[in-house]
Design a binder for this molecule. Structure first.
Ligand SMILES: CC(C)(COP(=O)(O)OP(=O)(O)OC[C@H]1O[C@@H](n2cnc3c(N)ncnc32)[C@H](O)[C@@H]1OP(=O)(O)O)[C@@H](O)C(=O)NCCC(=O)NCCS
Length: 161
């Protein structure tokens, strides 16, 4: 399920429930509800949800396993947030959600997808498996709450030349 623009409150609730579980607080990567809601009304944002069984048909009262949020500028899509809640990891849901996101970007005519991640994130394996390539490094771009500095890695997936 992917939506443009106005996300129903229920979907924002689902995104926030994963956000609160998925991002380790020391990195300060999680967005708050206001940031998510603000991005959604900009009009160029997209998001997708996935349930614990891999389905995107989420029934009322069921848990949400993961989500992505992205925004497009012309023919470039930027993956802003991508997460699977800890209890559902290493089950292939990350692969499934990323596959769907890439396929939708292709269908929407995007030429490339960008993302930025901290260097020590195991998500790098996932992105590499889907063909993302490192295109840049910003040394010591992130600083954890413990004061540790981590490089930011920019990655790109070319969908068409
Ligand atoms: C990254 C993330 C989305 C992966 O979700 P997932 O559902 O566990 O992904 P999958 O089960 O489909 O695994 C995908 C691959 O990623 C790699 N991977 C995922 N977590 C890993 C870990 N902790 N250590 C090593 N490799 C890991 C593996 O290669 C794995 O494939 P495999 O299980 O076939 O070996 C999840 O760990 C997450 O939400 N992390 C916190 C949020 C985050 O950092 N998001 C990315 C921001 S750039």
């Amino acid at each position: 399920m992917t939506h443009m623009m106005f996300a129903p409150t229920d979907d924002i609730d689902r995104i926030m429930s994963v956000m609160e579980r998925a991002f380790p607080p020391e990195y300060g990567e999680a967005w708050n509800r206001r940031q998510v809601g603000g991005a959604m009304i900009l009009g160029n944002c997209r998001y997708g949800l996935i349930g614990p069984d891999g389905s995107d048909d989420l029934r009322p009262g069921t848990d949400t396993a993961g989500f992505f949020m992205s925004r497009s500028i012309l023919d470039e899509e930027e993956l802003l947030l991508f997460a699977i809640a800890p209890q559902y990891r290493r089950n292939g849901l990350g692969h499934q959600l990323l596959t769907k996101f890439i396929a939708q970007s292709r269908t929407n005519g995007m030429a490339r997808i960008f993302l930025e991640m901290r260097r020590d994130n195991p998500a790098a394996y996932l992105y590499a498996a889907h063909g993302f390539k490192e295109i840049g490094v910003r040394p010591a771009y992130y600083r954890t709450s413990m004061g540790r500095q981590i490089d930011a890695i920019s990655q790109e997936l070319v969908l068409k030349d």
